[in-house]
Design a protein around this ligand. Structure first.
Ligand code: ATP
Ligand code: MG
Length: 391
Protein backbone atom coordinates (compact mmCIF):
# COMPACT_ATOMS: atom_id res chain seq x y z
CA UNK A 1 0.00 0.00 0.00
CA UNK A 2 1.43 3.30 -1.11
CA UNK A 3 0.23 6.89 -0.87
CA UNK A 4 0.49 8.60 -4.24
CA UNK A 5 -1.09 11.57 -6.06
CA UNK A 6 -3.64 11.22 -8.81
CA UNK A 7 -3.87 14.12 -11.28
CA UNK A 8 -6.89 14.62 -13.55
CA UNK A 9 -6.86 16.77 -16.65
CA UNK A 10 -9.47 17.93 -19.15
CA UNK A 11 -10.27 14.94 -21.27
CA UNK A 12 -12.93 16.51 -23.46
CA UNK A 13 -10.58 18.82 -25.31
CA UNK A 14 -8.07 16.06 -25.71
CA UNK A 15 -9.46 14.13 -28.59
CA UNK A 16 -7.33 13.63 -31.62
CA UNK A 17 -3.74 14.25 -32.51
CA UNK A 18 -3.05 16.95 -29.96
CA UNK A 19 -3.55 14.65 -27.06
CA UNK A 20 -0.02 13.23 -26.66
CA UNK A 21 1.54 16.65 -27.13
CA UNK A 22 -0.76 18.11 -24.50
CA UNK A 23 -0.06 15.27 -22.07
CA UNK A 24 3.71 15.42 -22.49
CA UNK A 25 3.73 19.21 -21.95
CA UNK A 26 1.62 18.77 -18.85
CA UNK A 27 3.88 16.07 -17.45
CA UNK A 28 6.93 18.22 -18.19
CA UNK A 29 5.34 21.18 -16.39
CA UNK A 30 4.47 19.02 -13.39
CA UNK A 31 8.01 17.64 -13.27
CA UNK A 32 9.61 21.05 -13.19
CA UNK A 33 7.12 22.44 -10.66
CA UNK A 34 7.81 19.69 -8.12
CA UNK A 35 11.48 19.18 -8.82
CA UNK A 36 12.38 20.15 -5.25
CA UNK A 37 10.01 17.62 -3.66
CA UNK A 38 12.46 14.74 -4.03
CA UNK A 39 12.63 11.55 -6.06
CA UNK A 40 9.32 10.73 -7.79
CA UNK A 41 8.03 8.68 -10.67
CA UNK A 42 5.54 10.56 -12.84
CA UNK A 43 3.62 8.69 -15.51
CA UNK A 44 0.36 8.69 -17.40
CA UNK A 45 -2.07 5.85 -17.67
CA UNK A 46 -5.65 5.71 -18.98
CA UNK A 47 -6.15 9.47 -19.13
CA UNK A 48 -4.66 10.19 -15.69
CA UNK A 49 -1.28 11.25 -14.44
CA UNK A 50 0.17 9.58 -11.36
CA UNK A 51 2.85 11.00 -9.07
CA UNK A 52 4.53 8.23 -7.08
CA UNK A 53 7.06 9.30 -4.44
CA UNK A 54 10.13 7.07 -4.28
CA UNK A 55 11.09 8.29 -0.81
CA UNK A 56 9.52 7.85 2.61
CA UNK A 57 9.32 11.45 3.82
CA UNK A 58 7.32 13.10 1.09
CA UNK A 59 5.65 16.50 1.50
CA UNK A 60 2.23 15.83 -0.05
CA UNK A 61 0.80 19.25 0.92
CA UNK A 62 3.64 21.06 -0.81
CA UNK A 63 3.27 19.00 -3.97
CA UNK A 64 -0.51 19.32 -4.05
CA UNK A 65 -0.23 23.11 -3.66
CA UNK A 66 2.19 23.24 -6.60
CA UNK A 67 0.27 20.85 -8.84
CA UNK A 68 -3.12 22.56 -8.34
CA UNK A 69 -1.52 25.73 -9.74
CA UNK A 70 -0.47 24.06 -12.99
CA UNK A 71 -2.66 24.99 -15.94
CA UNK A 72 -4.28 21.98 -17.55
CA UNK A 73 -4.79 20.21 -14.23
CA UNK A 74 -8.50 19.85 -13.39
CA UNK A 75 -8.23 18.22 -9.96
CA UNK A 76 -5.88 16.32 -7.71
CA UNK A 77 -6.40 13.55 -5.13
CA UNK A 78 -4.04 12.02 -2.60
CA UNK A 79 -4.82 8.30 -2.95
CA UNK A 80 -3.87 4.93 -1.51
CA UNK A 81 -2.62 2.68 -4.26
CA UNK A 82 -3.09 -1.04 -3.61
CA UNK A 83 -3.14 -4.29 -5.55
CA UNK A 84 -6.49 -5.13 -7.07
CA UNK A 85 -7.33 -7.60 -4.35
CA UNK A 86 -10.79 -7.44 -2.83
CA UNK A 87 -9.72 -7.92 0.81
CA UNK A 88 -7.15 -5.18 0.45
CA UNK A 89 -9.71 -2.83 -1.10
CA UNK A 90 -12.05 -3.47 1.81
CA UNK A 91 -9.49 -3.02 4.54
CA UNK A 92 -8.04 0.14 2.98
CA UNK A 93 -11.50 1.70 2.64
CA UNK A 94 -12.24 0.90 6.27
CA UNK A 95 -8.95 2.30 7.41
CA UNK A 96 -9.50 5.57 5.53
CA UNK A 97 -13.06 5.88 6.85
CA UNK A 98 -11.96 5.34 10.45
CA UNK A 99 -9.22 7.94 10.12
CA UNK A 100 -11.74 10.49 8.82
CA UNK A 101 -14.29 9.69 11.54
CA UNK A 102 -11.64 10.00 14.21
CA UNK A 103 -10.15 13.19 12.81
CA UNK A 104 -13.31 15.11 11.90
CA UNK A 105 -16.09 13.41 13.86
CA UNK A 106 -18.00 12.63 10.66
CA UNK A 107 -21.36 10.86 11.00
CA UNK A 108 -22.46 10.03 7.43
CA UNK A 109 -20.76 8.75 4.31
CA UNK A 110 -21.24 7.08 0.97
CA UNK A 111 -19.16 4.98 -1.37
CA UNK A 112 -18.54 5.58 -5.03
CA UNK A 113 -16.94 2.86 -7.07
CA UNK A 114 -15.56 2.94 -10.59
CA UNK A 115 -14.54 -0.31 -12.17
CA UNK A 116 -12.08 0.25 -15.00
CA UNK A 117 -10.92 -3.34 -14.88
CA UNK A 118 -13.72 -5.37 -16.45
CA UNK A 119 -12.07 -8.66 -15.49
CA UNK A 120 -12.77 -7.90 -11.86
CA UNK A 121 -15.65 -10.26 -10.91
CA UNK A 122 -17.91 -7.79 -9.05
CA UNK A 123 -19.79 -4.83 -10.52
CA UNK A 124 -19.48 -1.30 -9.13
CA UNK A 125 -22.82 -1.11 -7.20
CA UNK A 126 -22.14 -4.48 -5.63
CA UNK A 127 -18.66 -3.38 -4.52
CA UNK A 128 -20.03 -0.13 -3.06
CA UNK A 129 -22.76 -1.96 -1.14
CA UNK A 130 -20.46 -4.64 0.21
CA UNK A 131 -17.54 -2.38 1.20
CA UNK A 132 -20.06 0.12 2.64
CA UNK A 133 -21.55 -2.68 4.74
CA UNK A 134 -18.08 -3.63 5.97
CA UNK A 135 -17.45 -0.05 7.10
CA UNK A 136 -20.86 0.19 8.83
CA UNK A 137 -20.23 -3.02 10.74
CA UNK A 138 -16.93 -1.75 12.04
CA UNK A 139 -17.58 1.90 12.81
CA UNK A 140 -20.22 2.58 15.44
CA UNK A 141 -22.51 5.57 14.93
CA UNK A 142 -21.76 5.98 11.22
CA UNK A 143 -24.64 5.86 8.71
CA UNK A 144 -24.95 6.05 4.94
CA UNK A 145 -26.32 9.20 3.31
CA UNK A 146 -26.16 9.11 -0.47
CA UNK A 147 -27.47 12.68 -0.97
CA UNK A 148 -25.45 14.79 1.41
CA UNK A 149 -22.75 12.73 3.10
CA UNK A 150 -20.08 14.19 5.38
CA UNK A 151 -17.52 12.30 3.36
CA UNK A 152 -17.24 10.07 0.31
CA UNK A 153 -14.94 7.10 -0.10
CA UNK A 154 -13.98 6.66 -3.73
CA UNK A 155 -12.84 3.27 -4.96
CA UNK A 156 -11.29 2.84 -8.36
CA UNK A 157 -10.68 -0.70 -9.45
CA UNK A 158 -8.20 -0.76 -12.32
CA UNK A 159 -4.95 -2.68 -12.98
CA UNK A 160 -4.08 -1.44 -9.52
CA UNK A 161 -6.76 -0.05 -7.22
CA UNK A 162 -7.09 3.39 -5.66
CA UNK A 163 -8.86 4.47 -2.49
CA UNK A 164 -9.36 8.11 -1.56
CA UNK A 165 -11.74 10.69 -0.18
CA UNK A 166 -10.46 14.06 -1.34
CA UNK A 167 -10.86 15.70 -4.73
CA UNK A 168 -9.05 19.03 -4.75
CA UNK A 169 -10.08 21.33 -7.58
CA UNK A 170 -7.48 23.00 -9.77
CA UNK A 171 -7.96 25.63 -12.50
CA UNK A 172 -8.14 23.53 -15.65
CA UNK A 173 -7.11 25.26 -18.87
CA UNK A 174 -4.27 24.19 -21.18
CA UNK A 175 -0.66 23.37 -20.31
CA UNK A 176 1.69 26.31 -20.52
CA UNK A 177 3.64 26.42 -23.71
CA UNK A 178 0.92 24.70 -25.72
CA UNK A 179 -0.19 28.02 -27.26
CA UNK A 180 2.84 30.16 -28.05
CA UNK A 181 4.16 33.14 -26.14
CA UNK A 182 2.94 36.68 -25.48
CA UNK A 183 4.22 39.75 -23.64
CA UNK A 184 2.15 41.03 -20.72
CA UNK A 185 2.15 44.76 -19.91
CA UNK A 186 2.31 44.44 -16.15
CA UNK A 187 1.50 47.49 -14.04
CA UNK A 188 1.17 47.43 -10.27
CA UNK A 189 -2.62 47.46 -10.53
CA UNK A 190 -5.29 44.84 -9.99
CA UNK A 191 -6.07 44.14 -13.62
CA UNK A 192 -2.91 43.25 -15.49
CA UNK A 193 -1.81 40.32 -13.28
CA UNK A 194 -5.26 38.79 -13.77
CA UNK A 195 -4.99 39.34 -17.54
CA UNK A 196 -1.63 37.52 -17.62
CA UNK A 197 -3.02 34.67 -15.54
CA UNK A 198 -5.98 34.26 -17.90
CA UNK A 199 -3.77 33.98 -20.96
CA UNK A 200 -1.48 31.59 -19.10
CA UNK A 201 -4.51 29.46 -18.39
CA UNK A 202 -5.06 29.11 -22.13
CA UNK A 203 -1.57 27.66 -22.50
CA UNK A 204 0.16 30.89 -23.48
CA UNK A 205 3.67 31.24 -22.13
CA UNK A 206 4.23 34.79 -20.90
CA UNK A 207 6.97 37.35 -20.50
CA UNK A 208 6.21 40.67 -18.85
CA UNK A 209 7.20 44.30 -19.30
CA UNK A 210 6.90 47.08 -16.76
CA UNK A 211 7.40 50.81 -17.36
CA UNK A 212 9.02 52.53 -14.50
CA UNK A 213 9.37 56.29 -13.93
CA UNK A 214 11.97 56.70 -11.25
CA UNK A 215 12.14 58.96 -9.21
CA UNK A 216 8.50 59.90 -9.85
CA UNK A 217 7.62 56.38 -8.90
CA UNK A 218 9.55 54.77 -6.08
CA UNK A 219 11.77 51.74 -5.70
CA UNK A 220 8.96 50.23 -3.63
CA UNK A 221 6.51 50.62 -6.52
CA UNK A 222 8.90 48.62 -8.67
CA UNK A 223 9.34 46.01 -5.97
CA UNK A 224 5.55 45.63 -5.86
CA UNK A 225 5.56 44.74 -9.56
CA UNK A 226 8.36 42.23 -9.01
CA UNK A 227 6.29 40.73 -6.18
CA UNK A 228 3.25 40.45 -8.46
CA UNK A 229 5.39 38.81 -11.14
CA UNK A 230 6.66 36.39 -8.50
CA UNK A 231 3.09 35.35 -7.61
CA UNK A 232 2.28 34.95 -11.31
CA UNK A 233 5.29 32.72 -11.82
CA UNK A 234 3.75 30.12 -9.50
CA UNK A 235 1.21 29.60 -12.28
CA UNK A 236 3.12 30.73 -15.35
CA UNK A 237 6.45 29.11 -14.55
CA UNK A 238 9.81 30.74 -14.97
CA UNK A 239 9.55 33.98 -16.96
CA UNK A 240 11.34 37.23 -17.61
CA UNK A 241 10.21 40.68 -16.50
CA UNK A 242 11.59 43.55 -18.58
CA UNK A 243 11.74 46.76 -16.57
CA UNK A 244 11.87 49.75 -18.91
CA UNK A 245 13.07 53.16 -17.67
CA UNK A 246 10.27 55.44 -18.80
CA UNK A 247 10.94 58.78 -17.09
CA UNK A 248 12.58 60.56 -19.99
CA UNK A 249 9.79 59.63 -22.37
CA UNK A 250 7.14 60.59 -19.89
CA UNK A 251 8.72 64.00 -19.30
CA UNK A 252 9.01 64.55 -23.05
CA UNK A 253 5.31 63.79 -23.50
CA UNK A 254 4.42 65.96 -20.53
CA UNK A 255 6.41 68.94 -21.80
CA UNK A 256 5.40 68.76 -25.46
CA UNK A 257 1.95 67.26 -25.89
CA UNK A 258 -1.53 68.59 -25.03
CA UNK A 259 -2.50 67.74 -21.48
CA UNK A 260 -5.75 65.96 -22.31
CA UNK A 261 -3.81 63.61 -24.66
CA UNK A 262 -1.02 62.69 -22.24
CA UNK A 263 -2.44 59.34 -21.20
CA UNK A 264 -3.27 58.09 -24.65
CA UNK A 265 0.12 59.10 -26.07
CA UNK A 266 1.87 57.50 -23.13
CA UNK A 267 -0.12 54.29 -23.69
CA UNK A 268 0.79 54.30 -27.38
CA UNK A 269 4.51 54.66 -26.65
CA UNK A 270 4.30 51.87 -24.08
CA UNK A 271 2.77 49.68 -26.75
CA UNK A 272 5.50 50.52 -29.25
CA UNK A 273 8.24 49.65 -26.79
CA UNK A 274 6.41 46.49 -25.75
CA UNK A 275 6.17 45.44 -29.38
CA UNK A 276 9.93 45.83 -29.86
CA UNK A 277 10.64 43.74 -26.75
CA UNK A 278 8.06 41.16 -27.80
CA UNK A 279 9.60 40.70 -31.25
CA UNK A 280 13.08 40.35 -29.78
CA UNK A 281 11.92 37.57 -27.46
CA UNK A 282 9.66 35.50 -29.63
CA UNK A 283 6.36 36.81 -28.28
CA UNK A 284 3.65 36.98 -30.93
CA UNK A 285 1.17 39.24 -29.13
CA UNK A 286 0.74 41.77 -26.34
CA UNK A 287 -1.55 41.37 -23.32
CA UNK A 288 -3.04 44.23 -21.30
CA UNK A 289 -5.43 44.45 -18.38
CA UNK A 290 -7.79 46.86 -20.10
CA UNK A 291 -11.54 46.48 -19.76
CA UNK A 292 -14.09 48.28 -21.89
CA UNK A 293 -15.05 51.68 -20.51
CA UNK A 294 -13.25 51.30 -17.18
CA UNK A 295 -11.32 54.58 -17.47
CA UNK A 296 -10.82 57.33 -20.09
CA UNK A 297 -8.02 55.42 -21.78
CA UNK A 298 -10.23 52.35 -22.14
CA UNK A 299 -13.07 53.71 -24.28
CA UNK A 300 -13.58 52.28 -27.76
CA UNK A 301 -11.93 55.34 -29.32
CA UNK A 302 -8.97 55.17 -26.95
CA UNK A 303 -8.44 51.46 -27.49
CA UNK A 304 -8.59 52.08 -31.24
CA UNK A 305 -5.77 54.63 -30.90
CA UNK A 306 -3.74 52.34 -28.63
CA UNK A 307 -4.05 49.40 -31.01
CA UNK A 308 -3.03 51.52 -33.98
CA UNK A 309 0.40 52.03 -32.39
CA UNK A 310 1.41 48.41 -33.03
CA UNK A 311 1.34 45.72 -35.68
CA UNK A 312 0.75 42.68 -33.54
CA UNK A 313 -2.39 41.33 -31.88
CA UNK A 314 -3.24 42.90 -28.54
CA UNK A 315 -5.14 40.58 -26.22
CA UNK A 316 -7.32 42.07 -23.51
CA UNK A 317 -8.81 39.09 -21.70
CA UNK A 318 -10.64 41.34 -19.20
CA UNK A 319 -12.39 43.38 -21.88
CA UNK A 320 -15.90 42.24 -20.97
CA UNK A 321 -15.43 41.94 -17.22
CA UNK A 322 -16.66 44.22 -14.42
CA UNK A 323 -14.25 45.43 -11.77
CA UNK A 324 -15.99 43.21 -9.18
CA UNK A 325 -15.34 40.13 -11.32
CA UNK A 326 -11.70 41.09 -11.79
CA UNK A 327 -11.27 41.66 -8.06
CA UNK A 328 -12.75 38.23 -7.34
CA UNK A 329 -10.25 36.64 -9.69
CA UNK A 330 -7.37 38.65 -8.24
CA UNK A 331 -8.29 37.29 -4.81
CA UNK A 332 -8.54 33.77 -6.14
CA UNK A 333 -5.07 33.87 -7.68
CA UNK A 334 -3.67 35.71 -4.68
CA UNK A 335 -2.48 38.91 -6.36
CA UNK A 336 -5.12 41.22 -4.86
CA UNK A 337 -3.42 42.04 -1.55
CA UNK A 338 -0.21 43.00 -3.34
CA UNK A 339 -2.01 44.97 -6.06
CA UNK A 340 -3.79 47.23 -3.56
CA UNK A 341 -0.61 48.30 -1.78
CA UNK A 342 -0.68 52.08 -2.14
CA UNK A 343 2.50 52.76 -4.14
CA UNK A 344 2.04 55.15 -7.04
CA UNK A 345 2.54 54.11 -10.64
CA UNK A 346 3.52 56.14 -13.65
CA UNK A 347 -0.07 56.39 -14.90
CA UNK A 348 -1.19 57.99 -11.67
CA UNK A 349 1.73 60.41 -11.40
CA UNK A 350 1.40 61.92 -14.88
CA UNK A 351 -2.29 62.19 -15.20
CA UNK A 352 -4.46 64.88 -16.81
CA UNK A 353 -7.39 66.42 -14.96
CA UNK A 354 -9.65 65.90 -17.95
CA UNK A 355 -8.25 63.21 -20.23
CA UNK A 356 -9.90 62.86 -23.61
CA UNK A 357 -12.36 60.00 -23.78
CA UNK A 358 -12.85 60.15 -27.55
CA UNK A 359 -9.41 60.77 -29.02
CA UNK A 360 -9.02 60.94 -32.80
CA UNK A 361 -6.08 58.99 -34.15
CA UNK A 362 -4.98 61.67 -36.67
CA UNK A 363 -4.95 64.35 -33.95
CA UNK A 364 -3.00 62.12 -31.60
CA UNK A 365 -0.45 61.32 -34.30
CA UNK A 366 -0.08 65.03 -35.06
CA UNK A 367 0.59 65.76 -31.40
CA UNK A 368 3.19 63.00 -31.30
CA UNK A 369 5.19 64.80 -33.98
CA UNK A 370 6.24 67.34 -31.35
CA UNK A 371 8.64 64.75 -29.92
CA UNK A 372 11.29 62.72 -31.72
CA UNK A 373 10.39 59.46 -30.01
CA UNK A 374 12.63 57.09 -31.98
CA UNK A 375 15.91 57.79 -30.15
CA UNK A 376 14.13 57.94 -26.80
CA UNK A 377 12.51 54.57 -27.45
CA UNK A 378 15.82 53.06 -28.57
CA UNK A 379 17.52 54.30 -25.43
CA UNK A 380 14.76 53.01 -23.16
CA UNK A 381 14.95 49.58 -24.78
CA UNK A 382 18.73 49.53 -24.50
CA UNK A 383 18.57 50.41 -20.80
CA UNK A 384 15.91 47.84 -19.98
CA UNK A 385 16.68 45.67 -16.99
CA UNK A 386 15.71 41.99 -17.13
CA UNK A 387 14.60 40.21 -13.98
CA UNK A 388 14.06 36.44 -14.04
CA UNK A 389 11.19 35.11 -11.93
CA UNK A 390 11.06 31.51 -10.81
CA UNK A 391 8.16 29.70 -9.17
P1 ATP B 1 -4.09 47.89 -13.99
O1 ATP B 1 -4.96 47.60 -12.82
O2 ATP B 1 -3.57 46.64 -14.63
O3 ATP B 1 -3.03 48.90 -13.69
P2 ATP B 1 -5.82 49.94 -14.88
O4 ATP B 1 -7.25 49.64 -14.88
O5 ATP B 1 -5.24 50.71 -13.75
O6 ATP B 1 -5.04 48.55 -15.06
P3 ATP B 1 -4.35 51.59 -16.72
O7 ATP B 1 -3.50 52.04 -15.60
O8 ATP B 1 -4.93 52.57 -17.65
O9 ATP B 1 -5.56 50.70 -16.23
O10 ATP B 1 -3.53 50.57 -17.56
C1 ATP B 1 -4.12 49.80 -18.56
C2 ATP B 1 -3.18 48.66 -18.91
O11 ATP B 1 -1.95 49.17 -19.41
C3 ATP B 1 -2.77 47.85 -17.69
O12 ATP B 1 -3.71 46.83 -17.40
C4 ATP B 1 -1.44 47.30 -18.12
O13 ATP B 1 -1.60 46.19 -18.96
C5 ATP B 1 -0.86 48.44 -18.92
N1 ATP B 1 -0.01 49.34 -18.07
C6 ATP B 1 -0.38 50.47 -17.45
N2 ATP B 1 0.65 51.00 -16.78
C7 ATP B 1 1.70 50.19 -16.98
C8 ATP B 1 3.07 50.18 -16.55
N3 ATP B 1 3.56 51.12 -15.75
N4 ATP B 1 3.87 49.18 -16.98
C9 ATP B 1 3.37 48.19 -17.77
N5 ATP B 1 2.11 48.15 -18.20
C10 ATP B 1 1.28 49.13 -17.81
MG1 MG C 1 -3.05 51.02 -13.52
Amino acid sequence: MKKIILVRYGEIILKGLNRPVFEDKLIGNIKSAILKSGDVRIFKSQGRIYIEPQIDEYDFDYVIDKVTKIFGVVSVSPVWKIDTDYDKIKSTALRLASELVEQFGYKTFKLETKRGNKRFPMQSPEISADVGGHILENLQGLTVDVRNPDFVIYLEVRESSYVYSEIIKAHGGMPLGSNGKALLLLSGGIDSPVAGWMMGKRGVEIEAVHFYSYPYTSERAKQKVVDLAQILSQYCGKFRLHVVPFTEIQLAINDNCPEEQLTIIMRRIMMRIAEIIARKNGSMALITGESMGQVASQTMQSLYCTDAAVDMPVFRPLIGMDKVEVVDMARKIDTFETSILPYEDCCTVFVAKHPQTKPKLEKIMQSEEAVDFEPLIEKAVAETEVIVLKP
